[in-house]
Every structure is written in C-alpha cells, then in structure tokens.
Design a binder for this molecule. Structure first.
Ligand code: PHE
Ligand code: ZN
Length: 879
C-alpha cells in the first residue's frame, strides 16, 4: 500500500528503455501456501538508448525476493538494492543473464492483479502492471520478449496447467506433482503473459484458417460449467472467419485457448493464445443467460480475439497509447456485431452508452483525451473515453476515408508495425499514407478532451430556393485544457421534403447527380452550407448514424421530431428523433404535478409503434425504450434526481395506461412460436413482449400480473424469466415480488451468474432496492466481498442504476457508497476506484445533493493509507 503521495506520470517523460529483454524463462512452483517463481532473463543494453550507464531497474510489487544471480553468479546484498517497488542493480555488463527468484502468495491476493486464486484455481491478470506482482521485471509494454514457461503443481489438484503458446514438454515429478512447459514463439510485452492451473474440463473444437492451417480451439471451465461453452465457441469461430474476411487477419498460433474464472476485475483479457474471461462474459446457456448476455459474450469473445492483431502483434509503446489497441478493437468488435445482427440496433446501443456514460465522463473531473498526457494509476484509465470514444475516433477515420481506403490503411498499419510497440500517431500515419488524406487536424481528437458541441441553425430563402445550414462548433474546457482548437468533424446529413421524401443535396458545386446523403467535413469554428434547388423548407436529418461523438443543438419542434420519427430513412435518426421527443416531454414534466398531462402526440406516436407489425421490430423494440434516468441526468443541469425519476415514471405510466390494450395485443402477437433462438428477430420479439409486460406492471395491471406469473413459471429461457421477474419486482405487488424472488433464487442458487442477475435486478429497482434492502443483500449468504461481480451486482447496481434511491436527499446513499469504497480500498483498490464514479459527478447535481456527495468524497479522501487508485479519482474529483 501507498506510503507517500502518488506521483503523476507524464507522456512527455517517455524514454526508450535502457535495457531490452530478449527471452524470459519462467519456472513456477505452485503450492497451497504460496508460489516460487524462478525467472531467467536474457538482457542487453538498448542501442537506441542514450543512457549509456543507466542502472538496471526492475519493477516489483508485493514480492519477497529470495535470490538474484548475474550470469550464474549469486549477487550479495551490496550488489543490488531492493526498494520494494524496484530492484536496482547499479553495474551490469552490456549483455547478461539475470536470474531472480521470488516468493509470492496467490492465495492471499485479493487485488486480483498478478497471480491469484479463484475458486481453487490459479490464474493471472497482468495488464496493465500485474506482471511486477509475479517477479521483478521491466514492466512496460515496449519491452517485447519471447517467453518460455514451466509450471509445476500437484497433479491431483491441478491437472490442467496452461500458459501462452504451444505446450512443448510435460512430465511427472516427485510427490504427486507434474509439470508442463509452454513456449510462445511471438515476442510479447509481459502484460500479455498468462498462466492457469486448475481442475478444469476441456471443450475442444477446431478452425481451419484461410490458408488452410488447422487451429485447435480449447475452452477450459469448471466441471459444473461444461454445458455453457457452446455459444462462446461458436462466437470464436465466427470472429476468426470475420477477421480474415474483413481485415485479412489470420490467426498465428496452433492453439487458441479460453478460460473462464469467477473472480475477475474486468470483462476479459486478451493474453496471447490464452484469453482469460470473467465467467459472466463467456458462459451461457438458454436457461441461464439473457439475450443481452448472449450478445455481450459474442462481442467480448470477438473483442479479445481481435486483439490478437490489434494489441498483441502490434502493441502499445506505453500506456498513454492504450486507445491504440482498445479504441481500434472496440471499433472492430462493433463492426463485427453489426454484421452478425442488426447494424442499426447495434449503433443505437453503442451511442446510448456513449451519450449516457462517456459524455458524462468527458464533462466531469476525470475527463481526459483519448490519448491522455498524464496519469497517476493506469488502471483508472480503462475508461469509456479510451474504449468508446476511442472507437468513435477510428469510426470517423473510416467515414472520412471510406471502407476501401480504411482497409488499405489497416493493412499498412499491420504490415508496417508487426512485432512493434507503437503509438496512436503511428496508426493515424498509416491511415494517411495509405489514403493520401491529411489527418493533421483530425489528430486533435486524440489530444483534446471534452465533447464538442455543434450548434446548428438554418434558414430557407424561398425566393432563391436555397436552404442555408450553419454549424458552429465549440469544445468545452476540461481539467487542464481550455481554449481548444476546432476539430475535424465528419457530419452526415440528409434533408427531407414536406412529403417525407429524401431530397437531393445540391451544394454550390451543382453536381449532376446530387446525393440524398452527404458527409460534410467541419474544420472551422463556423461553417455555412447552402443547398440549392429546393421548393420548400426541408426538415434536416442531422448527424446521421451519429457520424461523430458530439452533442447537436438545434431547435427542433415537436412536429419535426414526430415527422423524423416516422419518415427518416436513417433508422438511427428515427430512433434519435423519438428519444429527443421523449426527452423533451419528460423534461417539461420535471417538477410538475404527478397528474400533469403528457403530450398526446407522444402517446399517439407510441401507439403507432406498439401496433405496427410491419416496421422493423428490432428498431421498434429500441424505440419503445424511454431515455434512461442516467441519460436525463446527463442532459440536466443541477439535476434533481427524484424529480427526474418521477417525471419519467409519469410519462411511462401514462403511456401504459393509454396503451394498455395495445400492449396486451403486442404481448400476445410476440409470443414465442418456435424453439429458443438468438437472432435479431427473436430477440426483438422477446424484447417487445417484455417491454409490454414491464409497462403493464408499472400500472399494476392485474392481467399483466397474471401474464408475468405464468411467464416466470413457464419460460424456457432466461430472457423471459428475467423479464417477468423484473416486471414483478418493479410493480407494487409486494407479495408477488417477494415470492417471485424467493422462487427464482431457489431455482438458481447454485449458479453464480444467475445469482448475480438476481442481486442486480433488486439492487437496481426503486421498489426492491432501498438502502435497507441493499444492506440485507450484503448479508446474503451468496454475497462475497472478494468477488467483483457480486460487488458490482449489488453496490454498483444500486449506485449506478437505482438512481432515485442512491440520491436520497438525506444523503444515506452517498454515505453508504463511501463506506463500501473505504472497505474495498484495502482489498481491491481497482474495484474501489471504479465504485467511486457516481460520486465524482457531484457538481452536476442540485445543491442538496452535491454538498453531501462532496462530503462523502472527503470522507473517502481522509481514509488512512488510501490506495493510489482511489486517491487519484477522489483528489481529481474534489480539485
Ligand atoms: N485489455 C482488456 C480488454 O479490453 C481489458 C482489461 C484491462 C482486462 C485490464 C484486465 C485488466 O480486452
Ligand atoms: Zn480490449
């Protein structure tokens, strides 16, 4: 734990490493009371370093050093300095072999960084800086070495021993122990190292690559999960094929392995040839996983697989470049998901996350550029900005270059930088070189934080038939950055005639074939575009497909929004018009009486959606979802959460009351006809059906209640079961709620992934998740403070989704969260720092709330021995 004030690390201080590591030879002796790690490194001075006489400095964390030897000669204490977080050897030759033996205690590792135990198995997590918790090593991604790993353990307890690459040797040892040796032919940074040892079952499959190579695909899971692997395995094969077809990327090793572990700080990890997953992000069966989980698993399996090229073969020079691999890989997995399902729906989901959570981050105290210039703790920078905004930045390059040039650019990038550790700038340069486009101004997307605001105004000159559109951009100040330069923004646009038909976009150029959609390129603070040859004032369809991660301000009338909702040929903008209309209606009701009238045109628009069976049902299912409380808060200033919550409920209940019969018909129309399948059509049916159910229960409709009860009992899949449970939990039928929860728990108590869903459906509900209920959940036998998923499903769901309960004006929600953060800070600082997030936004809220949120942050700040992770978040929030 921290002893002095954490230091800030700056990108501008980057220096090439003074020493390079060519090979790493590891031997792990795994025991119940600890593990001994023998590490032999072949090192040499880096010819590119100007620090000719630099001492050798190796990183370490929580290690007990047993011995050090240089070229086979044991060093004595005066030859080196063990500073705890660094092992320093003053004088070393130009080229040498270093052998270090350390002792570690995986069984006591609650931080889940480095080597630790999860339900009896050993596993590792090394990104970003976990390898230093295993042995002393220059723990930075621009050191790429070839690894050979020998694992020794009890054969009965740990029959499966895995590491990166190919297994080259195995055998028996004394005392019932055995060993396996793995060799990874590809040089890699140590953050991609992985080891797993456990009593696991193996599921096998295979894949033949485009060049005819045979790849062994293996999944390793605990025996009770043996039947939950098919979906991930199928997703893996689809990902492998897709990456060949769309990016020309072939898999490179002979084996690809996936392991599921229950205790994991994040979703999954792309270790070379040995991806390790949080169980909740990989295991699925019809009975235990919802449609959402199925889709998430497919996306995450793809994401980790795609990292093999975008991340592993070409990696990051330093952690400031994190978005190089994450932004690009998220972009790749979103393209993949779009191709596997409905592109419009996928875009809606991505934009919803971006606008709700990334925009909030970008407008808060932790705002940072896609390529940050400084950090204290890198674990805090696995953010929505690095991942989602980073993906949007790559998407904009794709939009500006077009798919063919983009592919040429990515080919050049992979070819030019294969085996290297590079920067986001190298990525952009490859795109420029392949396409001939100048992306100098575009690079500001990597350097400037904050969400650009586009203020759009228009006028129609009836005499000349000219429609004039003026777009002004401004980028708000963010911590450490004011006075920003205009950015290069692709702005996709269409115009609709009064009859709802798309109009040709005739700019000054008077092109003979005017297109119905254009991507305007904004580069100045203000641009005016003139569209010629129009008979009447058009309705603009702005920022189609969400072509840039920006906020658009335009004085839409409700008529225009209703018009776009039913006429815009861009499905995304149809949905967006509906959202804007609903936001407008809800906002106008904030603070109004509970029986205030809800805009009748909104009700009619929703009636049309619920009854129209001709429209794309996947899109309808999305359009029926009202904007979330979190999004409404993000849009508000001085947010009063309970008031927003009530206004939203008023709208939802009045929609439900007005459309009761239509909702019942919609429910019946979408009843399951065939066997359970995960396709866009069947997902849409289930979503529509469960939305109808949820709304009926919002108004405590007795028929809805009966439908929910029978659906809960009869469902053959978790989507419907969970839909019914959630509807009941959020109703006022208290008796039914209790009974449904008990019955559900009784049926699934042995399945941790389902129990997590059971926790979060309660913790996220304003009916079942008041603070007293949350405290009870923490006492529940299935709750476990060592398991991040359980913490997220109770504490995270409460503070992140049950917003009216969390923002109780008495401040109890904030105090509660502060207590949990302090408690976790000692055991798992990464998770503790993430849990703080809802409090960091304190300045957004009305004074009753913000003052108490600030005090809660101060209380955390004053805790003794605060971790670097939480220190950074709390201090930046209070600054
Ligand atoms: N690199 C992982 C991913 O995005 C995320 C991760 C980061 C996992 C740090 C563990 C620790 O795919
Ligand atoms: Zn990733």
């Amino acid at each position: 734990m921290r002893t002095s004030q954490p230091q800030t690390i700056y990108l501008s201080d980057y220096r090439v490493p003074a020493y390079l590591v060519d090979t790493v030879d590891l031997r792990f002796e795994l025991f119940e009371d600890g593990a001994r790690v023998h590490s032999t490194l072949e090192l040499r001075r880096n010819p590119e370093s100007d620090e000719a006489s630099a001492p050798l400095e190796l990183d370490g964390d929580s290690l007990t050093l047993e011995s050090v030897a240089l070229d086979g000669i044991e060093l004595v204490a005066s030859d080196y300095e063990d500073r705890g977080d660094q092992l320093v050897i003053r004088t070393v030759p130009d080229q040498f072999r270093l052998t270090v033996v350390t002792w570690i205690e995986p069984q006591n590792n609650t931080r889940l960084e480095g080597l630790y135990k999860s339900s009896g198995m050993f596993c590792t997590q090394c990104e970003a800086e976990g390898f230093r918790c295993i042995t002393f090593f220059p723990d930075r991604p621009d050191i790429m070495a070839r690894f050979r790993t020998r694992i020794e353990a009890s054969k009965a307890a740990y029959p499966i021993l895995l590491s990166n690459g190919n297994d080259v040797e195995k055998g028996e040892l004394e005392n019932g122990r055995h060993f396996v040796t793995w060799e990874d032919p590809f040089p890699k940074p140590c953050y991609l190292f992985a080891l797993v040892a456990g009593d696991l079952v193996e599921r096998r499959d295979s894949f033949t690559t485009c060049s005819g190579r045979h790849i062994d695909l293996r999944m390793y899971v605990e025996p009770r999960n043996a039947e939950k692997c098919d979906h991930a395995m199928d997703s893996l094969k689809r990902s492998m094929r897709w990456d060949e077809e769309v990016y020309g990327r072939e898999y490179d090793l002979d084996i690809f392995m996936i392991v599921a572990v229950d205790d994991f700080n994040m979703g999954a990890m792309e270790n070379k040839g040995l991806n390790i997953f949080n169980s909740s992000c990989v295991l699925a069966s019809q009975e235990t996983a919802t449609d959402l989980a199925f889709q998430r698993i497919e996306a995450i399996v793809a994401h980790e697989y795609f990292h093999n090229w975008s991340g592993n073969r070409v990696t990051c020079r330093d952690w400031f470049q994190l978005s190089l691999k994450e932004g690009f890989t998220v972009f790749r997995d979103s393209q993949f998901s779009a191709d596997m399902g409905s592109p419009t729906v996928k875009r809606i989901e991505d934009v919803t996350l971006l606008r709700t959570a990334q925009f909030a981050e970008d407008g808060g105290p932790m705002a940072h550029p896609v390529r940050p210039a400084s950090y204290m703790e890198i674990s805090n920078f696995y953010t929505l900005t690095i991942y989602e905004k980073g993906a949007e930045v790559v998407r904009m390059i794709h939009t500006l270059l077009g798919p063919e040039m983009f592919r040429k650019g990515s080919d050049l990038y992979f070819q030019r930088h294969d085996g290297q550790a590079v920067t986001t700038d190298d990525f952009v340069r490859a795109m420029e070189d392949a396409s001939g486009r100048d992306l100098r101004q575009f690079r500001l997307w990597y350097e400037q934080a904050g969400t650009p605001v586009l203020t759009v105004s228009d006028e129609f000159d009836a005499g000349k038939g000219i429609y004039r559109l003026t777009i002004e951009q401004s980028i708000p100040a963010t911590p450490g950055q004011s006075n920003k330069k205009p950015q290069h923004i692709p702005f996709a646009l269409g115009l609709l005639g009064q009859d709802g038909q798309p109009l040709p976009l005739q700019l000054e150029d008077r092109a003979p074939e005017a297109p119905a959609e254009r991507v305007l390129e904004l580069t100045e603070a203000v641009h005016t575009f003139e569209f010629h040859g129009l008979e009447s004032s058009p309705v603009p369809s702005l920022l189609r497909h969400f072509s840039a991660p920006v906020r658009v301000r335009y004085p839409w009338t409700r008529e225009q929004l209703l018009f776009l909702m039913s006429h815009d040929p861009d499905g995304f903008n149809r949905w967006d018009a509906g959202q804007r209309l609903a936001v407008d209606v809800i906002q106008s009701l904030v603070g109004a009486a509970d029986d205030a009238e809800v805009e009748p045109r909104l009700v009619e628009a929703y009636r049309k959606l619920v009854t129209d069976a001709q429209l794309d049902q996947a899109l309808v299912a999305k359009m029926l979802q009202l904007p979330s409380e979190a999004y409404l808060i993000e849009l508000a200033e001085d947010a009063d959460v309970p008031a927003i919550h009530r206004a939203r409920e008023t709208v939802m209940q009045s929609l439900a009351r007005a459309l009761k019969d239509e909702l019942k018909a919609c429910y019946q129309r979408n009843l399951e006809t065939g066997p359970y399948e995960v396709t866009p059509e069947t997902i849409a049916r289930r979503s529509l059906r469960n939305t109808a159910l949820a709304w009926l229960l919002m108004i405590n409709d007795p028929e809805g209640r009966a439908l929910a009860e029978s659906q809960l009992n009869d469902a053959d899949n978790m989507t419907d079961r969970m839909g019914a449970l959630r509807a009941l939990v959020n109703s006022d039928f208290e008796e039914d709620r209790r009974q449904a929860l008990d019955q559900f728990y009784g049926g699934f108590r042995d399945d941790p992934q389902v129990v997590e869903q059971w926790f979060s459906v309660q913790a996220a509900s304003d009916r079942a998740g008041q603070l007293a209920d949350i405290r009870k959940l923490l006492e529940h036998p299935a709750f476990d403070w060592k398991n991040p998923n359980k913490i997220r499903s109770v504490v995270g769901a409460f503070a992140g989704q049950n917003l009216s309960a969390f923002h109780n004006p008495d401040g109890s929600g904030y105090d509660f969260l502060a207590d949990q953060v302090c408690r976790l800070d000692d055991t798992n600082p990464q998770i503790a720092a993430r849990l703080v997030t809802p409090l960091t936004r304190w300045r957004k809220f009305a004074p009753v709330y913000s003052g108490q949120m600030e005090s809660a942050l101060e209380r955390i700040r004053d805790k003794d021995g605060l971790s670097r992770d939480v220190y950074e978040v709390v201090h930046k929030s209070l600054a």
